[in-house]
Design a protein around this ligand. Structure first.
Ligand SMILES: Cc1c2[nH]c(c1CCC(=O)O)Cc1[nH]c(c(CCC(=O)O)c1C)Cc1[nH]c(c(CCC(=O)O)c1C)Cc1[nH]c(c(C)c1CCC(=O)O)C2
Length: 347
């Protein structure tokens, strides 16, 4: 019998001699082969919706580095688009969407189960990857968490402190809660379809969880993650869920327990020793290396990589960055990180 994949073993709580490793945004502009395929697709959204090309860019970092996991190439903003929002990307600036500011904007959205028509090419990408990935590589599907997706749907773009979303949740909680509920339902549909197409693990990206404080964190970061995880576990009990409440700070402690996720992804603002004591006690953790090291490299990269591997060596750990790798990163530094992780003795 083939041995179980390392990423799945870590997610089940096994403490491995060498932590499995992958990288957020591992298919991205820092790689020349990504830039070439993206040019062939024409633009970013065409790349997301062309299964052969989306599968190709997903495979590129696996070929180059032998990562233990591949993450489906898509974007968290495809769900709003599938719900009927307009979506486009402005080069050098980022995403733009039609906005949701009044009840009429919300009422124009499609029901959650109508998303599959738009998202069918993404499921096809997953099917291609399930066939083509090496036998030892785990396929991760993903979606944005409801709060983060809502911040883009309300403001129509990325915002430094998510002010428009906070303003709407205070001014019109009924509308805001209805939007969160619609995204939650769509996310359950979307992730279930990815699992049925072959995703072995799913990850929820709550990139802006850090701007939710107090009871709002529980209501809009914890509760939707709990609801999505519970619904997925009911349909697909064997599929692990990774939660990424980026910027949660001390609220990382207990997040796995309150939401039911199998693994918590840590950003680089969290101290590894603190996280080992307060987050890893509940199960697997992932992440923590500052993405800047992929730009600067050298002895600091090696030292920090080793420090993180050692800090988490007493429990289940998946090595990763604390956030996505940036376009100015040097592919050689990624190779150095992988080599360092795989040659550092734990414990
Ligand atoms: C907030 C968010 C988005 N998208 C995503 C998030 C949450 C994670 C995070 O906090 O980074 C998630 C995402 N985006 C992308 C993936 C693919 C999988 C991966 O490699 O991790 C994933 C998981 C591809 C992408 N998504 C995007 C790119 C760059 C597009 C390009 O090729 O020009 C990639 C590779 C575009 C994107 N998409 C989004 C923004 C704000 C941007 C523009 C910023 C930028 O240009 O980097 C929305």
């Amino acid at each position: 019998m083939a041995t179980e994949k390392t990423l799945l073993r870590a997610l089940k709580g096994e403490v491995l001699e060498v932590p499995p490793i992958w990288m957020m945004r591992q298919a991205g502009r820092y790689l020349p082969e990504y830039r070439a395929t993206r040019a062939k697709a024409g633009d970013f959204l065409s790349l997301c919706y062309t299964p052969d090309l989306a599968a190709e860019v997903t495979l590129q970092p696996i070929r180059r580095y032998g990562f233990d996991a591949a993450i489906l190439f898509a974007d968290i903003l495809l769900v709003p688009q599938a719900l009927g929002a307009d979506l486009w990307f402005v080069t050098g600036e980022g995403p733009r969407l039609s906005t949701i500011t009044a009840a009429a904007d919300f009422e124009a959205l499609k029901p959650a189960d109508a998303i599959h028509e738009t998202l069918a090419p993404v499921y096809e990408t997953v099917r291609i990857l399930a066939r083509e990935l090496p036998a030892e590589t785990t396929l991760i599907g993903f979606a944005g968490a409801p709060w983060t997706v809502a911040t883009y749907m309300i403001a129509g773009r990325g915002t430094p402190a998510q002010e428009p979303a906070h303003a709407l949740r205070e001014a019109n909680p009924a509308l805001f809660d209805a939007l969160i509920a619609r995204i939650t339902e769509a996310t359950i549909e979307y992730l279930s379809a990815q699992i049925e197409a072959g995703a072995e693990v799913v990850k929820l990206f709550d990139s802006w969880a850090g701007s939710l404080t107090g009871a709002a964190f529980d209501k809009y970061a914890v509760e939707p993650a709990r609801a999505i995880t519970a619904a997925l576990k009911a349909r697909h009990p064997q599929v692990p869920v990774i939660g990424f409440p980026r910027g949660a700070g001390e609220k990382y402690a207990g997040f796995a327990r309150t939401t039911g996720v199998d693994c918590v992804a840590l950003d680089q603002a969290v101290d590894a020793t603190w996280a080992a004591a307060h987050v890893q006690i509940d199960g697997c953790v992932q992440g923590n290396l500052a993405p800047e090291h992929m730009v600067t490299g050298g002895a600091a990269l090696v030292a920090e990589t080793r420090r993180i591997v050692e800090a988490f060596s007493g429990g289940p750990h998946i090595f990763n960055l604390g956030h996505g790798i940036t376009p100015d990163a040097d592919p050689e530094n990624v190779a150095l990180m992988v080599e360092t992780v795989r040659s550092t003795r734990r414990g």
